[in-house]
Design a protein. Structure first.
Length: 359
């Protein structure tokens, strides 16, 4: 208890949120995204027994050689903190589990958890945690726009519509890192005359403590700044767009268009979203969306109304581990009071949202 994650010491100390009750039953819930990993232990009454946080554990971008030790380290902190409490189920939701082979690899990579509490009973994409955090509807869609971007839709008969979500090769567009990249791209072209003038020319280097766009590009090229710098440039793009810069606004508008497109296509594959039918929630989360930038919100709401008349936009600002924990509790028959207690515990604690990390 109180130790750091094994992942290079980058994790946060475990927080025992109530006295570990030796011999009692708990569920374990894991959310691993592009920017952080949360693991919680929850009593069957909904009490938050333990929580630890580490860096991002998306195996698609980091590889299992990095993601595996991060997940092990954060989980180990929580398992130690709960003493002899019995883990009766474990739900794991990770970014980057989009393809069958990725799920197979994840199952193998986490199988050793069986040795001290149980391998995951549920292992899937973190979009399912976001979806559960935002709605109980059996017909719904979810779009995450955080470090990256992805979407899915579900139907009451169990059918799902998903995307490969593996970058340019699968047609993806957007997410915080991509938007930050576009901010620098437009700044570079404006700076050397290939593109239209934009306030990003001054705003991008200023945000990084440098004097010029050229200094930024050279720092990235020579490794003085790593690729994570693009997440830091994402809020710069939104700030400049909010001030009326047409180049920055065009990128934000394009991101909104992609969010709407993902939701509408996913729902359309399942025959959902018609205005004549019951309203369908479209759960919107991840740091870029959770920040509720006015321009992005307006464009998304307008776009959904035009393309999916039955859609009801639902923003989620709670951390995704809320949905992961709710799903784990429900799987063991926890009552409504327990679900409410866990929800309140998460909301009353200092779970830094993805928005804080990305924006």
């Amino acid at each position: 208890m109180g130790g750091l994650s094994r992942a290079g010491g980058a994790g946060t100390p475990v927080v025992a949120t109530s006295d570990p009750r030796r011999g009692t039953d708990v569920v374990l819930a894991v959310d691993g995204g592009g920017s952080k990993t949360d693991v919680v232990a929850i009593g069957l009454d909904g009490s938050l027994v333990g929580h630890a946080r580490g860096p991002g554990s998306n195996p698609q971008t980091r590889g299992w050689a990095v993601a595996g030790p991060i997940l092990d380290g954060v989980r180990d902190n929580v398992v130690r903190s709960i003493g002899e409490a019995h883990i009766i189920t474990t739900h794991v939701y990770l970014a980057g589990l989009d393809l069958h082979d990725e799920l197979v690899a994840a199952t193998a990579a986490l199988a050793h958890w069986q040795d001290d509490g149980g391998a995951p009973d549920v292992l899937d994409n973190d979009l399912f945690a976001l979806l559960r955090a935002g709605t109980l509807s059996p017909d719904a869609a979810a779009v995450v726009c955080g470090t990256g971007i992805n979407a899915l839709a579900v139907r009451s008969d169990g059918a799902t519509a998903r995307f490969p979500a593996i970058g340019d090769v699968s047609g993806d567009w957007g997410g915080g890192a991509y938007l930050g990249n576009r901010a620098l791209w437009h700044a570079a072209r404006a700076d050397d005359g290939r593109g239209p003038a934009t306030a990003l020319v001054d705003a991008v280097p200023a945000a990084l403590g440098l004097d010029s766009v050229r200094e930024v590009t050279e720092a990235i090229h020579f490794g003085r700044l790593d690729q994570r710098v693009f997440n830091r440039l994402c809020p710069v793009l939104f700030e400049v767009a909010g001030a009326g810069d047409p180049v920055a606004r065009s990128v934000v508008e394009r991101q909104a268009e992609e969010i709407v497109l993902l939701a509408s296509v996913a729902l359309g594959r399942l025959g959902l979203g018609d205005a004549a039918e019951a309203p369908v929630p479209v759960v919107l989360g991840g740091g870029v969306l959770a920040a509720r930038d006015p321009l992005l919100v307006d464009e998304v709401v307008t776009g959904l109304a035009e393309r999916v008349p039955g859609a009801v936009p639902t923003w989620v600002t709670d951390p995704p581990v809320l949905g992961a924990g709710l799903a784990a509790l429900e799987s063991v028959g926890a009552d409504a009071a327990a679900l409410d207690r866990y929800r309140e515990a998460v909301r009353s604690r200092s779970f830094a949202s993805t928005a804080a990390l990305i924006r």
